[in-house]
Design a protein around this ligand. Structure first.
Ligand code: GRF
Length: 207
């Protein structure tokens, strides 16, 4: 079973849904640690409820970004994380050592069909733009902003959404289902979801 480290900065609904899918036997993963940069993150309570150790790595306690990222790498090493799952983690990981050591082992979920609408409030960006379809992207993390190779995408019809909030809520439901499926895929090493190949080899990466 794959050991996963969760990185989250906020409410942690994706983290919670991953835990539910694990309990339901639909996601074959063992969460070993929650790492957060936010000592007040509600995600911490979810970790505690599930007896998962919490490591708070606050940027203000470090002299440089390099030192900050190196602390994260040491924690991941210590917990022997096989997959690093960013779930609403609001900082970009830039440390070269960290990204090299965990190449193709750090994944992120983003609430749009990348490369459309990277960055914050992706759902509002899509709604304000008048998009009828948006969706969810799960991708590998590189030093850019939501720019790493795409692993899995799922479209969401947002044509019936009346507000940005409604759009975000509808997309979030798909996020919750998709993230656990992708983690399970990594655990099994199959790279297919529902019989379809999730990770296309024509991109920047081969698995
Ligand atoms: C999600 O919309 C995720 O796609 C984005 O940040 C949000 C985190 O939500 N990266 P939550 O903390 O998992 O509820």
């Amino acid at each position: 079973m794959i050991k996963i480290a969760i990185l989250a900065s906020g409410r942690g609904s994706n983290f919670k849904s991953i835990m539910e899918e694990i309990r339901a036997g639909r996601c074959n993963a063992h969460p070993v640690v929650l790492i957060t940069n936010n000592p007040d993150a509600p995600a911490i309570d979810i970790a505690k409820e599930n007896n998962i150790p919490v490591e708070i790595v606050n940027k203000k306690d470090f002299a440089s970004r390099e030192a900050f990222d190196s602390e994260i790498k040491q924690i991941l090493d210590r917990y022997e994380a096989g997959l690093v799952v960013l779930a609403g983690y609001m900082l970009i990981l830039r440390g070269r050592d960290l990204l090299e050591a965990y190449k193709n082992k750090i994944i992120n979920i983003h609430p749009s069909l990348l490369p459309a609408f990277p960055g914050v409030e992706a759902q509002k960006q899509a709604f304000d733009h008048g998009c009828k379809v948006s969706g969810v992207t799960i991708h590998f993390v590189d030093p850019g902003l939501d720019s790493g190779p795409i692993i899995y995408q799922e479209a969401v019809d947002i044509s019936d959404c009346k507000t940005a909030e409604e759009t975000a809520a509808k997309i979030l439901k798909t996020e919750h289902r998709a993230y656990a499926k992708v983690i399970d895929m990594f655990s099994k090493g199959t790279f297919t979801i529902d019989g379809r190949r999730a990770m296309f080899t024509s991109g920047k990466i081969r698995l």
